[in-house]
Ligand binder design. Structure first.
Ligand SMILES: *Cc1c(COP(=O)(O)O)cnc(C)c1O
Length: 385
């Protein structure tokens, strides 16, 4: 039997139409967009079309799109670039963030704290991992260089009230960054209506290529480049444009947004079907994250008395690909910080299971998954010391 993929939050397969759109830019149209001759113009045209398309999808302007090598780089640029600029220009020395960030944000903040001397404030989250915009009001002040809060959580699926957070930050003139790598695959995002100053996206989470992302910024936001060199991307991200991948990101985002309504209702139906089956059929299983304010494709649990890493290995042998915690690899016995921050004990947090659905997922696959999962969990529980 073919293995069943239920790990779309880790990555997605590339849409064949995206691949097709990229191919000419590897050979026939190979010019460097920075060259002024015919070959360069073709490359530049493709990059500018992609910029236009991305800006339209997110209600931005083409001049506000910075192409990067992925979600991680966009997060790094947003955090380091904006914090250092804010300190340089107005002496701001604090970063306000949350305990439920992806490592691309969390570890960048940690470095800014340890090596660059920033003070860090963490907003509280409730038991669903959600931020209260009123807390942003309480914690923010004129020393805040930047607020960074994840849009939709990769581990537990919870969607934050981003618009309300953005409104607080904008009213005080403090830059607001959100990591929307998961959100961009499943939500319609409008950076103006939602008052988002800096938005991170990554193509491989929405059926585009790996190693490709963008940082979208509002025009008034100023930041230092973290990669210096040529004048590409307004000098904010030097380096020859990765033309085929830029084309691929734009195409993938366009497709994701166009098929939004159709896909989302289907995914929500499948997600709720899966959550219902698991909570019904597995004793002492608990849903993590918000029950409704969550990503349409995202189901996550903690299973008492289970080692999540071991469960993922056993499920893999049975033909199902899913994940535990945020760790991409096994052998990391530390419980996830995100799960601890929502009040779970270390023991519970180690029993996490994340099942994320996508374009290819069917009801029949989920039936087969649960039919395998139930006896596997029972057996693992029996053999636990
Ligand atoms: C995957 C992911 C990232 C990292 O993006 P890459 O393109 O893989 O570097 C950052 N944030 C979140 C929320 C993610 O899910």
């Amino acid at each position: 039997m073919k293995p069943i993929y239920l790990d779309y939050a880790a990555t997605t397969s590339m849409n064949p139409r995206v691949l097709e759109s990229m191919l000419p830019y590897f050979d026939i149209l190979f010019g460097n967009p920075s060259s002024s001759h015919f070959f360069g113009q073709k490359g530049e045209g493709a990059v500018e079309d992609a910029r236009m398309s991305v800006s339209k999808a997110l209600n931005s302007q083409p001049g506000n799109i910075i192409f990067t090598s992925g979600g991680t780089e966009s997060d790094n640029l947003a955090l380091r670039g904006t914090s250092l600029f804010a300190r340089n220009s107005r002496g701001a020395n604090r970063i306000l963030t949350t305990p439920v960030e992806h490592p691309a944000v969390a570890n960048t903040v940690r470095q800014l704290q340890e090596l660059f001397g920033f003070e860090v404030d963490y907003l509280p989250v409730n038991s669903f991992g959600m931020i209260d915009p009123d807390d942003v009001k309480k914690y923010i002040n004129k020393d805040t260089a930047l607020v960074s809060a994840i849009y939709a959580n990769n581990e537990i699926g919870t969607i934050n009230p981003v618009k309300e957070i953005g409104t607080v930050c904008t009213s005080l003139g403090i830059p607001f960054h959100t990591d929307a790598v998961q959100a961009a695959a499943h939500l319609l995002i409008d950076i103006e209506a939602e008052n988002i100053d800096l938005l991170t996206i990554g193509a491989h989470k929405f059926y585009g290529p790996k190693g490709m992302g963008a940082l979208i910024k509002r025009p008034q936001i100023q930041l230092f480049p973290t990669q210096t060199g040529g004048s590409q991307e307004q000098g904010l991200r030097a380096g020859t444009h990765n033309v085929p991948y830029i084309v691929g990101l734009a195409k993938a985002l366009e497709i994701a947004q166009k098929s939004f309504l159709k896909n989302e209702s289907r995914l929500i139906g499948l997600r709720d079907y899966l959550v219902g089956m698991i909570l019904d059929q597995i004793p002492q299983a608990k849903l993590t994250g918000h029950p409704t304010q969550r990503l349409s494709n995202h189901a996550s649990f903690v299973l008492q008395g289970i080692d999540g890493n071991q469960l993922v290995i056993v499920l893999d042998r049975a033909g199902f690909a899913c994940s535990s915690g945020s760790a991409c690899k096994t052998g990391n016995p530390k419980p996830s910080e995100v799960l601890k921050s929502i009040g779970l004990s270390d023991e519970m947090a180690l029993g996490s299971l994340r099942v994320t659905l996508g374009n290819q997922t069917t009801r029949e696959e989920l039936d087969r998954f649960v039919a395998s999962l139930v006896p596997i969990v029972a057996r693992l529980r029996k053999t636990q010391p």
